[in-house]
Design a protein around this ligand. Structure first.
Ligand code: UN1
Length: 497
């Protein structure tokens, strides 16, 4: 049975209270065009209110022992687990991804809750010898204070958990701006935090546009960290603004990820890996495969098998369990994909399959684009360089392993890469030479697990990582502590023989 929301208009969640905002906009189901709920369009005043509440709450929260803070995350994990099916269906309604993938995304949130709750009993620092006798030296993590997280529509719950859970377990308070396209996951997660007993003001959700709410967060002096996932253009601006304020900023800004298929690869396996990572989530993952770099010896075979298998990709409303490829998030996303098809054709790439928007009764009201394959693509073409964020793959033939690595690395992004080969030497050379934050061997480019660092090199980020224990570095400061128990003044670097 279809699930439903308990409200027709969402509210902000500030200081543990649900706060109405006058201005709002409709959230549209991308598979049907139907309005699901209204989402607030808050102004800078709401951010000020949220920060004031967060500042107050954080002082007390930081004094709660971390294992006790973690108990609340365990409770959050339990509630997420209990509501997995409800959340997954709502996620499919607001984002469009097919139900199986929605369930996978909610599972990422559950995994992150239990993983980060475990950190409540670790949050390891170091103890280390001191230079002087009768002196003790150690380092430990300290919370930063009030942190701001800005999350995207393509993983509205998983990415929110990657950022908010480490922030919370480390003793920070959070201001969270979810994407206006997908606010329902934020609403449901805020309710879960409330029920789990998180003290008022430790998490505050402010709905609204990047221009208004995001900007106000970036410029607010009392928000000491911004963690952002979204487009490269916006990320660069955020970094520049945060730089002037000496604010810590963690960015994750997409990819142009490739699967390399070598001449000795298991071609059937490679086809499966490509289909899943290129057309799953309709290509709307930062980690999606949008280039296939193929050794010329197996190019024809790969093309043939890909074309065959693409015929089995069912497209439609993701709530229907037989559907494999859901809609594109909105009309803007759809237009961008259509533009890239034209660009690819003009550049001289061969359109092997697809290349058009789907219309007709089955697709009425939704934004559907057929899985598309270009071949004989040159590595320098725009379709091989720029992020399209749709179900479009460019096949690039190469003559050697070395050329494959060079082509993989010849883009401005560096998130994820993959190689299909049976040669153990190539496996280890590839994992060393592929310039991306994530490398897969004999698997597609998607499917990162939450206990490993998520992020990438070059235009993908600015050196920080989401998820994994590394996420704690974003939300903590290192404090070095020296305890002298000699009873006299000992001078480091001076009173040593
Ligand atoms: C994203 O696309 O921004 O590795 C996140 C994956 C998922 C997360 C993707 N676990 O594809």
């Amino acid at each position: 049975m279809a699930v439903s929301l308990d409200t027709t208009k969402l509210s902000n969640f500030i200081d543990g209270k649900w706060v109405d905002v006058r201005k709002s906009t409709a959230v549209i189901n991308p598979a049907t065009g139907e309005e699901i709920v209204d989402v607030p369009l808050s102004d800078a005043g709401s951010v000020d209110d949220a920060v004031a509440a967060a500042k107050k709450a954080q002082k007390e929260w930081a004094l709660v022992p971390a294992p006790q803070r973690a108990e609340i995350l365990y409770q959050v994990g339990t509630l997420l687990k209990e509501r997995k099916e409800r959340l997954s269906q709502l996620l499919t309604m607001e984002n469009g991804k097919v139900l199986e993938e929605a369930r996978g995304e909610v599972q990422e949130g559950i995994d992150m809750a239990f993983y980060m709750a475990g950190e409540g009993r670790r949050l390891f620092g170091q103890t280390t010898p001191a230079e002087l006798n009768n002196k003790f030296a150690m380092s430990q993590r300290a919370p930063v204070g009030v942190v701001g997280i800005i999350t995207p529509w393509n993983f509205p719950i998983a990415i929110a958990t990657w950022k908010s859970f480490p922030a919370i377990v480390a003793g920070n308070a959070v201001i969270w701006k979810p994407a206006t396209e997908t606010p329902i996951m934020a609403y449901e997660l805020a309710k879960i935090f409330e029920e789990a007993g998180l003290p008022n003001g430790v998490i505050n959700v402010v709905f609204g546009s990047g221009q208004m709410v995001g900007n106000a967060m970036v410029h607010h002096d009392d928000i000491r960290v911004i963690s952002f996932t979204g487009s490269n253009d916006i990320g660069r601006n955020i970094a520049a603004d945060c730089g002037r304020k000496l604010k810590k900023v963690s960015l994750e800004m997409g990819g142009k990820n490739a699967v390399i298929v070598m001449d000795d690869a298991d071609i059937d396996l490679a086809v499966e890996g490509i289909l899943w990572s290129a057309f799953g989530t309709s290509g709307q993952r930062c980690t999606a495969c949008s280039r296939v770099i193929v050794h010329e010896a197996v190019k024809e075979k790969l093309e043939e098998k890909l074309l065959q298998q693409m015929q089995h990709l069912t497209i439609g409303n993701g709530l229907n369990e037989t559907i494999k490829v859901g809609p594109i998030i909105n009309k803007v996303g759809l237009e961008k994909i259509k533009d890239y098809i034209e660009i690819g054709k003009k550049e001289g790439a061969t359109l092997l399959e697809g290349g058009y928007e789907l219309s007709g009764t089955d697709y009425m009201g939704g934004n559907f684009f057929i899985p598309t394959l270009f071949t004989d693509v040159e590595p320098t073409m725009r379709i091989a360089q720029e992020e399209i964020f749709g179900p479009v793959v460019s096949l690039i033939p190469v003559q050697s392993f070395e050329e494959a690595i060079e082509v993989n690395n010849g883009v401005s992004y560096g998130l994820s890469s993959s190689i299909f080969t049976r040669d153990v030497n190539r496996v280890f050379q590839a994992q060393r030479d592929l310039d991306t934050g994530i490398v897969y061997v004999n698997a597609g480019t998607t499917g990162a697990e939450i206990h490993l660092p998520f992020g990438g090199t070059k235009g993908t980020g600015n050196g920080h990582r989401d998820s994994g224990v590394q996420a704690l570095d974003v939300f903590t400061e290192w404090k070095a502590i020296y305890v002298d128990y000699s009873g006299k003044l000992q001078r480091a670097q001076i009173d040593v023989e």
